[in-house]
Design a protein around this ligand. Structure first.
Ligand code: FAD
Length: 470
């Protein structure tokens, strides 16, 4: 009987354990993507990007004589129906770790198992399963460095090749057409602008990994902090949708390290930060929605998303060039440099004293590399409410940070039209991406004063923290 490969955030043929197992079973394989309750709830940019990734995978599958069947609805209902329709005896998928997916997957598993179908998951999205890393006391890790020490020497299976063919079923079930799903509807505003910046699909991801790990990784340690240069891998978008496996990245990093590439050790650590975010999300799922440190519940956050300074933050009009360039980069490219994410998040949560959830929701709607665990951990790190977070008194100074990390102003010039007489294309592209209702023009003068002065904002935040017990 056929095997259903339930495709989710594993949009690749190479080093895909589920697909490998299905291909090697010798049984007909039916790859299925379900636009289900979890994916329907995604923000505009992630949903749009997911749709493009799914389309791309369908082309890849066609290249090996297979197909991607598309269905929409509640995962459990769709998969039960499809299994009955095709006579499938097995439904396999790559494991997910966020609470919504876990709940969905448990429901699917018990419903299918109840019908005598072999249903279950295989690891593949992260390096190390969250429950296999324990402190001496038997708990989970809350601090990165000891977590890193605990996992850095783990054996990570070497990546393997894609199957060259997949046995088709005797009859293919019907498929929806992805165009009819409108996965990019909410992305109308910026799709055309963001599209050229994407690195879509597994071949592009592999090429990027090869280029990075063969060369640029050497200078990663220092270059990664400068948003004006291409110092990082840019692979987060692909890792998010599983267009490349993190195991492939890990092994490429190890090889670079053996070749004496100086930055490789730091890059491997960053890959483990991603795993650490999953470790924490799995053990403390409230990381996604609540202050991870509960004592922060009484902090006087602004939770009003409509405040003018929050609007200015979203639109890159705070009057702080580093923050504004970051927010424009996000709108134009669907991504944001890590240093810029830290600065933009620190300014919103500390200088503006707005709740990190406001920022995390905005990122969730606009990032093409949106990842529930890394995004929540990043925000809670910046605001101080998270595990292993920046201490409350460490408020980034966005002015001195600019002098340090964008000395020649390459980054702010690239993304802020108001700062130059002859703005470059990325800075101008912002105005093609934004809704008309924002009424912004490249000829607007740059704000004379910041919405909140960094020093005053810092003092206000520290005073508010200072009145508390933590
Ligand atoms: P590289 O520097 O080349 O690193 C390689 C890979 O390691 C990345 O692709 C990523 O998967 C992982 N990684 C690197 N840094 C981190 C980190 N700090 N935390 C977790 N994983 C990391 N990353 C996302 O993938 N999705 C998000 O939604 C996201 N939101 C963030 C929000 C905030 C407020 C902050 C401060 C950080 C966030 N990050 C997020 C982490 C980080 O900024 C990005 O992973 C990184 O900028 C991606 O660029 P890159 O692929 O070139 O990374």
């Amino acid at each position: 009987s056929p095997v259903i490969w339930w495709v989710r955030r594993d949009l690749r043929l190479t080093d895909n354990s589920v697909l490998d197992r299905a291909a090697k079973s010798g049984r007909p394989v039916i790859p299925v993507f379900v636009l289900d309750e979890v994916f329907e709830s995604h923000g505009a940019a992630p949903k749009w990007r997911l749709g493009l990734g799914v389309e791309h995978l369908a082309e890849r599958l066609a290249g090996i004589g297979s197909r991607l069947i598309l269905r929409r609805g509640t995962a459990q209902v769709v998969l039960e129906g499809l299994a009955a329709e095709t006579g499938a005896g097995a439904v396999w998928w790559t494991r997910a770790y966020d609470p919504a997916s876990i709940e969905r997957d448990e429901g699917v598993k018990s419903a299918l198992t109840g019908r005598g179908i072999d249903a279950g998951s295989v690891p593949g999205h992260i390096l190390v399963e969250p429950w296999t890393v324990e402190t001496k006391q038997g708990g989970y890790y809350k601090v990165f460095t000891p977590y890193w020490r605990a996992v850095k020497d783990r054996d990570v299976p070497a990546p393997f090749d894609a199957p060259t063919e997949l046995r088709p079923p005797a009859r293919w079930p019907d498929s929806d057409r992805i165009e009819d799903w409108g996965m990019g509807t909410a992305m109308d505003r910026g799709a055309a602008v963001v599209r050229p910046w994407l690195n879509l699909g597994e071949e592009a991801a592999q090429a990027r990994l090869a280029a990075f790990s063969g060369d640029r990784i050497d200078g990663y340690e220092t270059q990664r902090n400068h948003p004006g240069v291409e110092g990082t891998s840019g692979l987060s978008e692909n890792l998010t949708y599983g267009e490349i496996s993190v195991r492939a990245c890990w092994h490429a990093g190890l090889r670079a390290q053996e070749d004496g590439k100086a930055g490789a050790a730091t890059w491997l650590k960053e890959l483990v930060w991603r795993d650490f975010a999953y470790h924490l999300m799995f053990h403390t799922p409230h990381l996604l929605t609540e202050n991870w440190r509960r004592e922060w519940d009484t902090f006087p956050w602004n939770e009003d998303e409509q405040l003018p300074e929050v609007t200015a933050w979203k639109r890159g009009r705070t009057g702080i060039p580093f923050v504004d360039a970051a927010m424009r980069e996000l709108f134009v490219t669907g991504r944001m440099h890590n240093r810029a994410r830290m600065i933009a998040a620190s300014y919103l949560t500390k200088n503006l004293m707005s709740h990190w959830r406001i920022g995390s929701r905005w990122f969730e709607d606009t990032l093409v590399d949106w990842d529930p665990a890394s995004n929540a951990l990043g925000w809670q790190w910046a605001s101080g409410s998270g595990p292993d977070a920046a201490p409350y008194f460490r408020v980034f100074n966005p002015v001195t940070q600019l002098d340090k990390f964008d000395k020649d102003r390459a980054y702010v010039t690239r993304f802020l039209a108001e700062l130059s007489d002859d703005p470059p294309a990325p800075a101008l592209a912002f105005y093609d991406a934004i809704p008309r209702s924002w009424r912004m023009s490249p000829d607007d003068p740059y704000p004379e004063h910041p919405v909140v002065d960094p020093k005053e904002g810092r003092d206000r935040a520290i005073a508010a923290y200072g009145n508390r017990d933590f």
